[in-house]
Design a protein around this ligand. Structure first.
Ligand code: XMP
Length: 468
């Protein structure tokens, strides 16, 4: 991309952009609906940072709807799904839960369920001197009448004041029936930061969340459950979106994937509010190798975005993003947002546990068209009808990616990288970059393989690459 004239500071750059016709994000980042990338923890953190997460569908419709509900219930600083125990549980249950979960305080409720009547609380202070593992919690818990509690509706600031005055570590929040609705932890409050960019809907101020569905008739029921759970956007997940299978189930959704204006045309005619662009270019994809179909991502983004813009439909550049430079390029080629898999896998918020290999901390990352993921149910993205399911053809691989730490630091790094890119190109916002693109003021040049080699790190014996 040719540099432009810089007449403004980094902080003046606006990277907000459209996800769909109706949803604008402060950070143009979307986490991919993949089972090693987006479940509720990822979706919550993406939304807090100004982006959005799309919950994958490689689970039952009920589980997926529960994931959506967890994101919608999230209130900064409030734990809305604390682990509860019942007064009939034993000291041994407490020790086991402590060891498994890594924390030591548990509300005690009727039935041991969230939403049950609050009966007490257990903390280290209650369990330190217990010698009999069979002792019932009811005997040694701090009972309800000795607890400081807050009423539902309390603000985070008020809760903070209560904890300060009472010098307690935990504050249970109850409703008028004295049922537990949330728990506030002092340690969490200390970690709380404002998230001024958070993606929220305007009425209930809940975080925005998306979810993917497949293209089979039964996916209509999945969509209904997701809508009931409060999902804000549905992504119809199919590697080749221009098919009769997709067109007749489109709701108010993001359609895809597509890489040509004619595919985009069919999806827009069917009512898509946003388009996902990219085929066979993801880091775990083998579609181009197996099916010989796909398109270079920069060309796909440029041509589809230019076409969709005429219909007022934003596009998401999906896959192949390896750096902040790639994100900047996608936005400057017309994308409203970028969707990432491998960039966001291997963060604290992605599903799965870290493990070590050759001294490097890794997390698993796999294509939804890999045999491993398809065996768990994701073949619906790649297999068109039931007569073909006897032979599965993998269109993806599975592997691992390096640990990138928490999104709380990683997303601000991505945002700052994009701001630097826009600044160098002389554009004060994503919108301006796209206006300049379409008026031929923002210029791209094709790089030869030699120029690409020159553009990377070269000539060093060894080097260390730290991102931030
Ligand atoms: P990145 O490069 O961000 O790509 O890791 C993520 C995107 O790749 C797509 N995807 C696949 N494509 N075979 C494919 O051909 C697969 O197994 C596969 N799994 C995911 C998807 O669009 C995702 O957002």
């Amino acid at each position: 991309m040719m540099p432009g004239h810089i007449g403004f500071g980094l902080n003046d750059i606006d990277i907000s952009s459209q996800l769909t016709r109706n949803i604008k994000l402060q950070a143009p980042f979307v986490s991919s609906p993949m089972d090693t990338v987006t479940e509720h923890t990822m979706a919550i953190q993406m939304a807090l940072q100004g982006g959005i997460g799309i919950i994958h569908s490689n689970m039952s419709p009920e589980e997926q709807a529960d994931q959506v509900r967890t994101v919608k219930k999230f209130k900064n600083g409030f734990i809305t799904d604390p682990i509860c125990l019942s007064p009939d549980n034993t000291a041994e249950d407490v020790f086991k839960t402590k060891a498994k979960r890594g924390f030591s305080s548990f509300p005690i409720t009727e039935g041991g369920k969230m939403g049950g009547k609050l009966l007490g609380i257990i903390s280290n202070r209650d369990t330190s001197f217990i010698e009999d593992p069979t002792a019932k919690i009811s005997v040694f818990m701090t009972p309800r009448d000795a607890l400081v509690v807050a009423q539902d509706g309390i603000s985070l600031q008020e809760a903070n004041d209560v904890l300060k005055i009472s010098k307690k570590g935990k504050l249970p929040v109850v409703n008028e029936q004295d049922e537990l609705v949330a728990l506030i932890a002092r340690t969490d409050l200390q970690k709380q930061r404002d998230n001024p960019l958070a993606s929220k809907e305007s009425v209930n101020k809940q975080l925005l969340v998306g979810a993917s569905i497949g293209t089979r008739p039964e996916d209509r029921d999945r969509a209904r459950l997701l809508v009931e759970a409060g999902v804000d956007v549905i992504v119809v997940d199919s590697s080749q979106g221009d098919s009769i299978y997709q067109l007749d189930i489109i709701l108010d959704v993001i359609g895809g994937n597509c890489v040509t204006p004619s595919q985009a045309y069919h999806l827009i005619q069917a009512g898509a509010d946003g388009l996902r662009v990219g085929m066979g270019i993801g880091s775990i994809c083998t579609t181009q190798e197996v099916c010989a179909v796909g398109r270079a991502q920069a060309s796909a983004v440029y041509h589809v975005a230019k076409f969709a813009r005429k219909h007022g439909i934003p596009i998401i550049a999906d896959g192949g993003v390896k750096s902040t430079g790639h994100i900047t390029k996608a936005l400057c080629l017309g994308a409203g947002c970028v969707m990432m898999g491998s960039m966001l896998a291997g963060t604290d918020e992605s599903p799965g546990e870290y493990f070590y290999q050759d001294g490097v901390r890794l997390k698993r990352y796999r294509g939804m068209g890999s045999l491993e993921a398809m065996n768990k149910g994701s073949e619906k993205r790649y297999v068109w009808d039931d007569t073909t399911t006897a032979v599965k053809v993998a269109q993806g691989v599975s592997g691992a990616v390096q640990d990138k730490g928490t999104l709380r630091r990683y997303v601000p790094y991505l945002m700052q990288g994009v701001r630097h890119g826009l600044q160098d190109a002389g554009c004060k916002s994503v919108k301006e970059a796209q206006e300049r693109l379409y008026s031929d003021k923002l210029r791209f040049e094709i790089r030869s393989p030699a120029a690409q080699a020159e553009g990377g790190v070269h000539g060093l014996h060894s080097f260390q690459k730290r991102l931030y």
